[in-house]
Ligand binder design. Structure first.
Ligand code: MRU
Length: 367
């Protein structure tokens, strides 16, 4: 697959396709997501993953569910208040259902509420005029496309803003995958690395393998090799050594939800990298599109951390079990990096610095 064909969420001819990331790097297969249940499953098992890509997929999922529900119930041309009311309730139910697939990345509930809010708004803005379920379906299709396009554009701004912090030839450490595979565009934390490659920056990137689901090994190293970036795969417990050897000039990572005080949840292991970076005096940059900033969550302690099956730790990627059957496991998918370890937050609107309780308010236009 060529780099330009890596499109994790593809909507084409009224059909939704997902690049199944559970099969990468061995197979790069797309499959059709036919309904909300298929999408719930795709998000849950990480066929589609990465906060912005989950949000984009959820937008399309809400649209195809509403479209098919209206068609199957023969209510497309209906405009009476009862039918419209029932249709809006169904849209809200789909929002709540999709939100239940994964709790940490705020882009999911951000996107589903944008979709549900769009449907409500159509009815409200119509005033006394007749609207039909088909009008609502059309507005949802447009909104899903807007969410995708906004994320695509945001990736370019993140790339430019991120590149302004980096210098040619730098050694850069990243954790998990915050790249093309995680967004509708260039990525977030990997965006400046792709752009730098196009501009001849010659970065030397170290990718943490990212236990237990190996997003760094399976996805980041695959994606960066496709774009020609010099990437070296390391195990998570090697980060301190490469930092101590002076091979790392900056750390770049993504984010799943940033609280109002600047604490940022990202893939499990991120906070350890941040603490190491501070110890070695290396800048730690978190890439956070505004769709990932949750001003209604005061601090990182208020972020719900997803816990996943223990089998992901002891068996999933191995031919043989790597631990005794029945061993107790603890498998949190994310951790929270305290804001005091984050040198700067890169958004599509600009780079912000501490104090984050002030700078986040400013960038989010809150008083
Ligand atoms: O469990 P995942 O693979 O969905 O976790 C993804 C991450 O932690 C990413 O760093 C984050 O979503 C930002 S992606 C631009």
């Amino acid at each position: 697959m060529a780099i330009e064909d890596i499109i994790p969420v593809r909507f084409q001819d009224e059909k939704l396709y997902i690049l199944d990331q559970t099969k990468l790097p061995e197979h790069d297969d797309f499959y059709e997501v036919k309904n909300a249940e298929d999408l719930w499953d795709a998000i849950k098992r990480l066929a589609v993953r990465g906060a912005p890509a989950i949000g984009v997929a959820a937008g399309y999922g809400m649209y195809i569910h509403a479209r098919d529900y209206a068609c199957e119930h023969g209510i497309e041309d209906a405009g009476d208040p009862d039918t419209i009311g029932t249709f809006l309730e169904e849209i809200d139910r789909t929002r709540d259902y999709l939100d239940s697939s994964r709790p940490t990345a705020v882009n999911l509930s951000w996107a589903t509420e944008l979709m549900a809010g769009t449907a409500r708004q159509i009815r409200e803005s119509a005033g006394g005029k007749n609207i039909t379920c088909a009008d609502i379906v059309k507005a949802l299709g447009d909104k899903a496309e807007d969410i995708r396009k906004a994320d695509y554009d945001s990736c370019y701004s993140l790339a430019e803003n991120g590149l302004s912090l980096l210098k040619p030839g730098m050694g850069i450490l990243t954790h998990c995958n915050a790249g093309i595979l995680a967004t509708a565009g260039y990525g977030t934390a990997l965006a400046p690395l792709h752009l730098g490659q196009e501009r001849g920056y010659g970065f030397k990137v170290f990718a943490d393998e990212t236990r237990p689901l190996l997003q760094g090994a399976r996805l980041t190293s695959w994606e960066l090799m496709k774009s020609g970036v010099d990437v070296t795969l390391i195990c998570d417990n090697m980060a301190s050594l490469v930092m101590k050897k002076g091979l790392i000039d900056a750390v770049v990572v993504g984010c799943d939800r940033m609280a109002a005080n600047g604490d940022g949840a990202n893939k499990i292991g991120t906070s350890a990298v941040a603490i190491l970076a501070k110890e070695y005096g290396i800048p730690f940059y978190m890439f956070v599109p505004t769709s990932t900033i949750d001003m209604d969550t005061p601090t990182g302690d208020d972020i719900v951390i997803e816990e996943r099956e223990g089998s992901e730790i002891y068996r999933m990627w191995y031919e043989h079990p790597m631990a005794p059957e029945g061993v107790k496991t603890f498998n949190p998918a994310f951790d929270v990096t305290d804001h005091r370890y984050i040198t700067a937050v890169v958004t599509e609107k600009g780079v912000i610095r501490p104090p984050y309780d002030v700078s986040l308010k400013e960038i989010m236009g809150r008083k």
